[in-house]
Design a protein around this ligand. Sequence first.
Ligand code: SF4
Ligand code: SF4
Length: 222
Amino acid sequence: MRHRAVVWRDLLSTSMESIVMSAPLLPEHISHRIAAIYEEIEKQYDVVAKALDFSCTGCPDNCCDSYFLHHTYTEWAYLWQGMAALPAEKKQQFVRRSQEYVQQSQEALARGERPQIMCPLNDDGLCGLYKHRLLICRLHGVPSSMTRPDGQQLLFPGCFRCQEITGAGEDVPRMDRTKIFQQVVQIEMEWLGVKRNVLPKVKMTIAEMIIKGPSQFKHCQV
Ligand code: SF4
Ligand code: SF4
C-alpha cells in the first residue's frame, strides 16, 4: 500500500502537458478489432436486455461510480485513442477529474473502504467517451456468464435494477462473456507479442489509465 501511494503521488505530479500531448500507440488493425468486439457486445447486450424488458431509462442510480479495475494494455490504449480526439480543454478536464478520483480512491482504500466515486469521464450522467468506454462498462447491467479455462462456470446476476426483474434467479437470459474475453485476450497477446512476458500486469481504474497517459509498452526493454 505504501509503495502504491508513492507511485500515485509521482503520477499525480506528472505535468499535464506531457500527458495530454502524448499520442496513443494502438495500431489501426488492433483498433478495428477492438471496435468490432465492442460492437458485438452491444448487439448481444441488446438481445438480453430486450428479452428481459430491461433498460437503464429512469434508473435512480448511476453505476459509473462503481469501483472497477481494468486489465489490458489494449483497452487502455483504445481509451486514450478516444481521449486524443477530444478538444484540449475537455481532455484537461478529464485529466483533472482523474487526479481527484485517484486521490480520493487512495484515501478510501487506505481506510479499508471500497471507493464509490463518480467516473471522471461521466458528464452529468452520460459517458463522455461513450465509443471508447471499456469492456466492463459495456457488460454491466444484464445477467451474464463465463466459462473459465478450467471449465468452471461463473454467473453474474446483473445490476441491482436488473435483479429486480430477474429475482437474481439462475434460469434467466444472460450474455456469455467467454468468447468476448477470449477475443480480447487474443488481441492483447498478438499486440504485445513477447513483451507480454516482461511487462507489468495492468490493474487500473479508468482514472489511473488517464493519469498515466497512453500505454507506453513500446518503450519497455525486452
Ligand atoms: S446498468 Fe443498472 S444500475 Fe447501471 S444505470 Fe443501468 S439500470 Fe442503473
Ligand atoms: S467510462 Fe463511461 S460508461 Fe464507463 S464508468 Fe466511465 S462514464 Fe461510465
